[in-house]
Design a binder for this molecule. Structure first.
Ligand SMILES: Cc1ncc(COP(=O)(O)O)c(C=O)c1O
Length: 397
C-alpha cells in the first residue's frame, strides 16, 4: 500500500507521516501493522466527537438507507440540511439566522467573500498577517503568507493585509472596504487569541463605515474553546460566520451563516449567485446534525475548559516555553522548529499523534477529540514529557 500511496496519490509534502490506517475508535487510531495511536490531533480538529462516535455512525447509516443524493443544493427540501440549519440558528445570536451549506472550509470562505462583495458593492477585503483561510484561489488571496502565494499569482485583486491585534489596523478599514476577514483565534499563526476588545473595536469600525465583519471559525468552532463558537468568548457578533472542520464530526462540510436579508442576496441579481452540487448533502448533513445535537445536549463544550486546565497541569516541563490557545485548541511553543519537529516525530513512534502548525514552526499542535478522557490526556502527556526528557538528556551528552 505504501508504494501505491506514493505512486498514485498526489502528495502535499515530500515527507508525509504515511501512517497506514486500519481503523479508528474514540481517541485511538489503529494501523495495519497492529499498532495503537492515541490521537491528539483529531483529523486536524475535524473529528470533534472522536472516531466512529455511535450517534454519528447511526445517523449516517440511517440516512444512507433513505437516500444519498437527489438534487443540487437549494432546490429540494431535505430534512437533514433543514434541521441542521435550524439548530444552528437556534444556537446563534441574531442576526445569524440563515446558513448556506457547502463542502469544505475554503469553499465557505469563497461564499462569504462573494456575499460581502455582493452586499456592499465594494471590492476591498482586509485580512490578517499570518492568516490561513484555505487553499482555493479566493482563500489564497487572503492568506497572510506571501511566499506561499507568489507561485500561484495573480490572485484576487484588492485584498490587503492588516496586523492582527494591532489597533492601528482599525483605521485601515474605510468606506472602500467590503469586509474584514479574520480568524477569531488565529490557527496557522500559532493559536493566537485576539487581545481584549480587538474584535469589538474592529466590528464597531466596520459598522461605522458600512463594511462587514467575517469571522472564520473553521478551527475554534463547534465547541473547541469552551463555547459553541469562539466569538462567543469575545463579546462580538460577526456579520458573516464561517465554519467547517469539526462541524461534520469527521465528514466534509463547510458553511457560512448571516442574516436572512444578507443571504437572500445570493439568490437574486444574479440569480444562482452561488451554487454547489453537493452542498447540504443529506448524509453529510445528518452527520453534522448528530454532531451539533451531541455537542449541545452534553457537557462536552464546557468540559473543554476543565480538560484544558488538566493539560496545562500535566504539561509542566522546562522544554515548553508557553502553551497557547484555549480549551482543546492548544499549541506547545518550544525553543526551535527542529525541537518541535523532533517531538512530533518521536511521539509518533511512541504511539501519540501530534502535528505541526502551518506558519509557527516552533509549535506542537494539540487538538484532540472533545470526547477525550482525563486518563487519555495523562497517557499522551506522559509520552510528550518522556520524549522531551530523552531529548534533553541527548542534548546534554
Ligand atoms: C482557519 C481555517 N480556515 C479555513 C480552512 C480551510 O478549510 P478546508 O481545509 O476545509 O478547506 C482551514 C483549514 O485548515 C482553517 O484552519
Amino acid at each position: 500500500m505504501k508504494n501505491d500511496f506514493f505512486t498514485y496519490q498526489a502528495q502535499t509534502t515530500p515527507h508525509p507521516l504515511a501512517l497506514e490506517i486500519s481503523h479508528a475508535k474514540g481517541s485511538y487510531i489503529y494501523d495495519t501493522a497492529g499498532n495503537t495511536h492515541l490521537d491528539f490531533v483529531a483529523g486536524v480538529s475535524a473529528c470533534s466527537l472522536g472516531h466512529c462516535h455511535p450517534r454519528i455512525t447511526t445517523a449516517i447509516k440511517n440516512q444512507l438507507d433513505k437516500y444519498a443524493h437527489v438534487m443540487v443544493y437549494g432546490e429540494y427540501i431535505q430534512q437533514p440540511a433543514v434541521q441542521l440549519s435550524q439548530l444552528l440558528a437556534q444556537q446563534l445570536p441574531a442576526p445569524l439566522e440563515t446558513t448556506y451549506l457547502v463542502n469544505s472550509g475554503t469553499e465557505a470562505i469563497e461564499g462569504a467573500m462573494k456575499l460581502a462583495r455582493r452586499a456592499t458593492g465594494r471590492k476591498e477585503i482586509l485580512y490578517a498577517d499570518k492568516a490561513y483561510h484555505g487553499n482555493t484561489m479566493g482563500a489564497l488571496s487572503v492568506m497572510g503568507f506571501e511566499e506561499r502565494k507568489k507561485p500561484f499569482a495573480p490572485l484576487i485583486p484588492e485584498c490587503r493585509a492588516i496586523t492582527f491585534n494591532d489597533e492601528a489596523a482599525i483605521s485601515e478599514i474605510t468606506e472602500s472596504t467590503a469586509a474584514v476577514l479574520l480568524e477569531t483565534i488565529q490557527g496557522g499563526a500559532g493559536f493566537i487569541e485576539p487581545t481584549h476588545d480587538f474584535l469589538t473595536k474592529i466590528k464597531t469600525r466596520c459598522e461605522a463605515v458600512g463594511a462587514l465583519l467575517i469571522l472564520d471559525e473553521i478551527q475554534p468552532g463547534f465547541g473547541r474553546t469552551g463555547t459553541l463558537f469562539g466569538f462567543m468568548n469575545y463579546n462580538v457578533v460577526p456579520d458573516i460566520l464561517v465554519m467547517g472542520k469539526g462541524m461534520g464530526g469527521g465528514l466534509p462540510i463547510g458553511a457560512f451563516t448571516a442574516s436572512k436579508k444578507l443571504m437572500t442576496l445570493l439568490s437574486d441579481n444574479p440569480k444562482l449567485g452561488h451554487i454547489t452540487t453537493f452542498g447540504g448533502n443529506p448524509v453529510i448533513a445528518s452527520a453534522a446534525l448528530a454532531t451539533l445535537q451531541e455537542l449541545t445536549e452534553s457537557t462536552l463544550i464546557k468540559d473543554t475548559l476543565t480538560k484544558e486546565a488538566y493539560f496545562r497541569k500535566q504539561l509542566n516541563h522546562p522544554s515548553i516555553k508557553e502553551i497557547r490557545g484555549r480549551g482543546l485548541m492548544l499549541a506547545l511553543i518550544v525553543e526551535s522548529a527542529e525541537l518541535a519537529s523532533e517531538i512530533i516525530l518521536r511521539c509518533k513512534e511512541r504511539g501519540l499523534i501530534l502535528f505541526w502548525l502551518l506558519f509557527e514552526p516552533k509549535a506542537v499542535r494539540i487538538t484532540p477529540p472533545l470526547t477525550i478522557s482525563e486518563k487519555e490526556i495523562k497517557e499522551g502527556c506522559d509520552i510528550i514529557k518522556d520524549v522531551m526528557n530523552q531529548l534533553l538528556k541527548e542534548n546534554e551528552q
